[in-house]
Design a protein around this ligand. Structure first.
Ligand code: CO
Ligand code: CO
Ligand code: CO
Length: 323
């Protein structure tokens, strides 16, 4: 989408603190010296057949962009596309119930929305939140000596696809859905006690793509430690079996000229770095000296997958190195 947005002129309003020109997660607009609005919208096609899980995952995915900016969601509006002549209304209700439950869990209010008839269901939220204008988390502040901490495993893209193509039984996929649908709320709450220099959530561009956004935004080199990266069960096995996603090729292309792979890994193991995430975790860039304690606190808060997956080093040319 960033290419298509290039033709639009960016706003010169000084209160618009973050907009699309830095590839950030949400727009941030300063209302007063203490309060800025965080606005974001997202919707997805069903990653799973179960409508209640679909609703929860889509809502968690939409809310995540507010957390990725360091914000607190306040209100949410439903965006729903639904084939009302083909599918039973009960399915629609279950999707909305899933979304509603996540919005309540986020401590925000569900305030309505808009629906359109469409051949394939799509669902998500427009979310409005708040953040202190001086405490906005962006892609741009990573510093030399920082480490990167990731809060959820990777692999949702290939696992959802493998389930659709019947290579992965639903009972296997089901096991990871609570973690996929979990909010990034607690991870952010814990991390706010530390010096977060940069933050984003891992979504459609995969770990490599979103890490590159931090590298570019911060003008740094980022080394990713392949062996330390957490993957969901079966994700690696599915790529080994030749399963992939419709986004892997494009996601690999984003890294053209920016990525070097030094780790001894196979082409199929590389694919995990490009796996598109739905409702993925947050990446925090924090000083190396705080990493151990932060990871411990994240685990104590139930974020078991929290791991140190990389380090920030100075380099005139932003790039990613897989070591
Ligand atoms: Co995002
Ligand atoms: Co988004
Ligand atoms: Co951000």
């Amino acid at each position: 989408m960033s290419d298509a947005l290039k033709v639009l002129t960016s706003s010169t309003d000084p209160n618009l603190l973050v907009s699309f020109d830095t590839a950030d997660d949400a727009a941030v607009y300063r209302l007063t010296p203490e309060i800025a609005l965080v606005s974001t919208v997202d919707f997805i096609t069903p990653p799973v057949d179960d409508p209640y899980w679909f609703g929860q995952i889509a809502a968690a995915n939409s809310l995540s962009d507010v957390y990725a900016m360091g914000g607190k969601p306040l209100t949410a509006l439903n965006l729903i596309m639904f084939p009302s002549k083909i599918l039973d209304k009960i399915i629609l209700k279950e999707i909305l119930r899933g979304g509603h439950d996540k919005v309540i869990e986020a401590g925000a209010s569900m305030c309505g929305g808009h629906s359109v008839d469409d051949n394939e269901p799509k669902y998500g939220l427009a979310v409005t939140g708040v953040v202190h204008p001086e405490k906005i988390l962006t892609n741009s502040g990573a510093q030399e000596g920082d480490v990167l901490i990731l809060t959820k495993p990777l692999g949702t893209g290939v696992l959802f696809n493998a389930n659709k193509s019947k290579k992965l039984p639903y009972r296997e996929l089901e096991l990871i859905l609570p973690q996929v649908a979990s909010l990034n709320k607690n991870a952010l709450a814990v991390a706010l006690g530390y010096d977060i220099h940069a933050c984003t959530d891992v979504t459609g561009f995969g770990l490599a793509g979103h890490t590159l956004e931090i590298a570019k935004g911060s003008r740094k080199q980022i080394n990713l430690f392949y062996k330390e990266i957490p993957f969901y069960p079966n994700a690696r096995a599915m790529y080994q079996k030749g399963e992939t996603t419709g986004s892997n090729k494009a996601n690999r292309k984003i890294l053209d000229g920016y990525m070097e792979i030094e780790a001894k890994i196979s082409r199929r193991e590389e694919e995990l770095l490009f796996d598109p995430q739905t409702s993925g975790g947050l990446i925090f860039s924090v000083p190396g000296s705080q990493a151990g304690e932060l990871i411990m606190k994240l685990k104590q808060a139930g974020i078991e997958a929290a791991a140190q997956v990389g380090e920030v080093v100075s380099n005139a040319k932003p790039c990613i190195r897989i070591i």
